[in-house]
Design a protein around this ligand. Structure first.
Ligand code: 8X3
Length: 263
């Protein structure tokens, strides 16, 4: 006898046809982990990132397709959407490309850093989402997933530029969900807290490994990329009438953006 309370697996629009996802920022960290998990769940995946060497290795490992593209480029995204939609339906877009630059206080923050974070996190997500929305709608069961951050929900000293960008990126998700009511497209926000990946902090601290490591020093089990990928894939694999509007995920040792237990 089957247990009716058990969630059935995600159903493709045409039975027997795999669901197909596009994952941006796929060359490392949460993006790469999401590609791996979606492939393990039987999805077809298009992995998107700027670095061809890493993408090629991920594609060889997982069987994902790879498209080298920069989400901050109109031309790249136009080419990306043409290549992907030419190859079949698109059921999910995982907007993972993003990042932080610097930890300067508001008073000393460089306008170029703030601009770069807005370009990548906000306009990058907007550009790719706009480009894929027609295909997601046409699939009959589309998902726009926006990977924000707990920085989209609160602030902390030195976080101003990143926090501002993530708050703005979040409002793409919240507004789009209102605008798409009644359509077969879910809009999902996943907002992770402290996640130890090989690159997030290193990029933020402009390559200073000691400073990057200090963020996690003494913290008992920060999240890892696969923890967040697990959350992302869980939201995507709910029955399609279930829209997880927002999932906030932190390590147990972190209770807020400013309170972290350290040994
Ligand atoms: C990363 C979380 O705390 O560095 O998105 O802003 S935090």
């Amino acid at each position: 006898m089957t247990d009716a309370s058990v969630t059935p697996p995600a159903r493709p629009s045409v039975p027997g046809t795999p669901l197909r996802a596009v994952v941006t920022g796929a060359s490392s960290g949460i993006g790469a982990a999401t590609v791996r998990r979606l492939r393990a769940e039987g999805w077809d995946v298009v992995a998107v990132a700027r670095r061809a060497d890493r993408l090629t290795a991920l594609a060889a490992e997982t069987g994902a397709a790879a498209v080298v593209a920069d989400v901050t480029s109109d031309d790249d995204v136009a080419r990306l959407v043409a290549e992907v939609t030419g190859g079949g339906p698109v059921h999910a877009l995982v907007n993972n490309a993003g990042g932080a630059i610097g930890t300067d206080p508001v008073e000393g923050g460089a306008l170029d850093d703030w601009r770069a974070m807005y370009e990548l996190n906000v306009l990058g997500t907007l550009r790719v989402t706009q480009a894929f929305l027609p295909a997601l709608r046409a699939s009959g069961r589309g998902d726009v997933l926006v990977l924000t951050s707990t920085a989209a929900h609160g602030t902390y000293p030195g976080g101003g530029g990143y926090v501002a960008a993530k708050h703005a990126e979040r409002q793409i998700a919240t507004t789009l969900r209102l605008e798409l009511v009644g359509e077969p497209v879910r809009v999902i926000e996943v907002a992770p807290g402290m996640v130890r990946t090989e690159e997030f902090s290193l990029t933020r601290f402009r390559g200073d490994q000691d400073a990057a490591d200090a963020v996690y020093r003494g913290v008992d089990e920060p999240l890892v990329a696969d923890d967040v990928a697990d959350a992302i894939v869980w939201t995507l694999t709910r029955p399609h009438h279930v829209n997880v509007d927002l999932m906030v995920v932190r390590p147990r040792a972190q209770v807020s953006n400013t309170q972290v237990a350290r040994r």
